[in-house]
Every structure is written in C-alpha cells, then in structure tokens.
Design a protein around this ligand. Sequence first.
Ligand code: FAD
Ligand code: NAI
Length: 475
Amino acid sequence: MDPYDVIVIGAGPGGYIAAIRAAQLGFKVACIDAWKNAKGGPAPGGTCTNVGCIPSKALLQSSEHYEHALHHFGEHGITATGVSMDVAKMLGRKDAVVKQNNDGILYLFKKNKVMFFHGRARFAGAPADGRYPIAISEPANTTIAGTHVIIATGSNARALPGVAFDEDRVLSNDGALRIGEVPKRLGVIGAGVIGLEMGSVWRRLGADVTVLEGLPNFLGAVDEQIAKEAWKLFTKQGLKISLGVKVGAVRPGEKEVSVEYTTADGKTETASFDRLIVSIGRVPNTDGLTPETAGVKLDERGFVVVDEDCRTSAPNVWAVGDVVRGPMLAHKAEEEGVAVAERIAGQKPHIDFNCIPWVIYTSPEIAWVGKTEQQLKAEGVAYKAGSFPYLANGRARALGNTDGLVKILADATTDRVLGMHAIGPMASELIAEGVMAMEFGASSEDIARICHAHPTLSEATKEAALAVDRRSLNF
Ligand code: FAD
Ligand code: NAI
C-alpha cells in the first residue's frame, strides 16, 4: 500500500484546497474525488465547481446580460432590436466555464505534486502501523494508506419526503442548472439562497416563477431591514413568493408537475408547473464512506462530528466543509481546509466563524458579515446603526443601479464594528471591507477615516460608517 502523510477524500473547495496547502507544507499528499464529467473523466471541484457556485454564477451573468439588453440598454441610449437568446449556447458557455475550473484544479494538483485519484473512497478499517487504509473504487481500483485523513465529501440536495429528484420535472440544483429550454411556469420550493438565485436566472430568461416558502418570514437569517428591501425588489421584478406555505403532494407527470399546498391563511391550492426546483437545504454526504470502520462518529443528521478545530472522534482523522457543522459555503470549506493542513503541520491557525461573509447573488446582490440588528437586540447588545442608500452614491447613479443600501452596525460604547449588511450592486465585493474591519477589530470611525476612491460603490460603505456617528456627507 502506497503510504501518504495526508489523504484527502473529496476535491471540492474544502478538499482540494486542503490538499494543496498540505503539499505546500511539505507533506506527501493524495486527493481522491469521485465526480465524473459528461465523458466519465475526472471533474474535481465538487459541488461548487460542477453544480454550485461557478455554474450558477455563469448563468446569473448570462441571464443578467439578457435582461439588460431587453430592458435597460434603452436608458443608456442604446437601441437593441431583435434581441434573442440561445439557451443551448448559454448552457454551453456555463459548461466551458466549469471545465476551465476542473482543468485548473488538475493543473494545481500537478504543480503542487498532489497525487490525484479519480474514484470513490471508503475507510477500509482501523489504522495499521499508524496509517488508515483507504480503498478507492472505480475507475482507480486501489488501496492507499495515510497517517492523516481529511474527510471533505460535501453535501447533496435535500429531497422532499417521498419525492425523488428525477432531474426532469423535479430538479435539484443539478437539474436546475441545465434546463434545456426556458420553462413557461417554473415552481420553486424554498425561498432560500438557491431558490432565489436559480429563480432569478429563469425569471430573467422569461419563466413565470412561483416560489413556495415554508417559513412565515422571508430570508429569516438576513438583517430584517435588508430582507424587507429584498422582498420589495424581488417581488417588483416579478418573482411570485408565497410565505408560510405547507407543501403537500407533489405529482410529477410526463409534461408537468403538480404541487398541492396549503397557504398561510389555510387555503388548499394546487399549482401546475413545467418544472419544479426543490431547494430546501442540503444534507451531508457520507454515502459509502464507511467512516465507522475507522471510529469516526456521525451525528443524528449524518454530519461528521468535529470539534472547533475540525478533529473527528478518530485520531488524525479530520473533516471540513459541508460535511461538518457550520454554514455550507465554499469559502468556509476552504478556510477549514487550510486550517486543518496547518494544524497537521503543528501550526495554530484560527477561524472566526463570526467573520465569514454571506452573499446571495441576486440582482441586486445581498451580502453580510457579523451580527444582524435582530441578533444584537436578542443578545441585548447596545449598538449604533448607520446606513447609506445607493441612490445617493455617484457611481451607482452612473451605473443606473441605485436600488439598495449599505448598513454598518457598531458597538454603542466601543464603536467596534459588529456587522455589515448590504443590498445593492456589487455588494459581494463591498463586503470584503466589512470582513477586514471585523477581523482587525476596527471601529466604524476607522472605516469612516479611510480614503475611498471616488467615484466608487465602496464610498457607500464609508458613508454608512459616517452615518453611525450621524455625519454622512452625501445624504
Ligand atoms: P463539495 O463541494 O460538495 O465537494 C465534495 C466532493 O467530494 C465532491 O466532488 C464529491 O464527488 C466528492 N466525494 C464525496 N464522497 C466521496 C467519496 N466517498 N470518495 C471520493 N469523493 C467523494 N457557496 C458559496 O460560498 N458561494 C456560492 O456562490 C455558492 N453557490 C452555490 C450554488 C449552488 C447551486 C449550490 C448547490 C451550492 C452553492 N454554494 C455556494 C455552496 C458550496 O457549493 C459548498 O458550500 C461547497 O461546495 C462545499 O465544499 P466541500 O468541499 O465541503 O464539498
Ligand atoms: P437554504 O437553507 O438557503 O434555503 C432553504 C429554504 O427552504 C429555507 O428558506 C427553508 O425555510 C425552506 N424550506 C425548507 N423546507 C421546506 C419545505 N418543506 N417547504 C417549503 N420551504 C421549505 O437552502 P438552499 O437554498 O437549498 O441552499 C443550500 C445551501 O447551499 C445554502 O444554505 C448555502 O449554504 C449554499 N448556497 C450558497 C450560495 C451562496 O453562497 N451564494 C448559493 C446557493 C447555495
């Protein structure tokens, strides 16, 4: 059995980054990943690269271009006639972007001397001579052994009870990213991150989109003021969102799928859709991994049990990313992957989970880091809030994209930044400043004193920080 210092199972953002960092630190590293591309070849990058972050953002971009050409070019004095759309080409471009990322990871493995195995891995028993045997099935039929093992097997879409994904009428994120023609009527169950992002893609391309959400509140984890603004903007764009709905029987047919549901006020309704996306959260993926043979414990929901340093119940076995507690985000998985590799090397890295940013890539984008106002109230923290509307930002006006606001929350006594929340153009980029401020323990005054280039959207962040002290200059 070929011995390795570190074996990483899974080459999603958690796994491939852990493998590269471990190799940088001088370890002999193997990484095993089962994902197959359309031709059966390796497709490292996991959910994120193949059916998640990357393809969804490619389609969000394409559909946004289309919507701009149809509805917004006129405002800039540009007449675009005969604008049409080729869904097959759009999907082809998305697939090409995915492949570039798959190839990029294979290149990085070579560059960093990470041994890559394409196949499905499982723990094959207790360690012998201090090394865990890991069996790899098709196409790489072999067994290797490692002193340390990092589990990074990610997650899968959660299905509605009794309603399997057929990826034709009832779609997970996978099917939602490769619908061959724009559905006239698209149903979405779950108004979470995937529901809103994928709902936006197909709405922009012409689908009539109905979103059925179980909870009575819209975007409950988002700062209430931002969620309220998002509701206003998304419903104005044409997304039909029903809250507090109880979904009943779902019946996929040959041409359509019907959904029975009870509305918040108790009425029973049936809706028919051409396609139905079910985006009600994700479940950890440990299928066939047989971690118990190595003494690795799972919790009652199937997550690998880890401590705050990503150590499992078995010595020298670690787990990172979607398969463990915490937010299911690519950058969270990456940070954990790096931290575990460094811990194996005896370093003492630290991840502050309160400083992990969130982004929802709708238009406008929603981004936040740290505490929301409702959390601070619930925790009894005295805070000051300052906000600034994009409407008063020169760059946003020049872009013709003035919806939304940036908000900074700071401790009432120390002025330390406790949270930043934004809805508006490029909120995904602006949020990095809030993350940096929080990581460095900055005050809102620190942000307000930093010179921000003009005209930029980032000036809205500075102005929000000034507003904490009631001294905005441009509003
Ligand atoms: P994964 O990416 O799921 O990778 C796990 C890998 O392990 C897979 O390749 C799998 O095939 C492999 N594997 C599993 N079991 C085995 C085994 N036994 N042997 C070998 N290989 C195995 N997050 C963001 O931060 N930003 C976004 O914009 C974003 N957009 C998303 C959009 C969608 C539609 C979805 C579904 C998710 C999105 N996410 C986003 C979440 C993000 O994709 C995940 O948080 C991230 O991929 C988790 O990384 P991971 O490495 O833990 O697992
Ligand atoms: P989610 O947790 O974001 O949203 C699921 C929604 O479905 C919730 O609002 C929930 O109340 C609702 N729901 C659950 N069961 C329901 C039911 N039976 N009927 C009706 N509604 C129901 O999960 P989602 O959208 O599936 O995404 C999974 C995860 O993937 C996200 O939480 C996020 O971690 C990650 N992701 C991140 C993205 C990003 O960072 N931009 C983009 C897409 C996904």
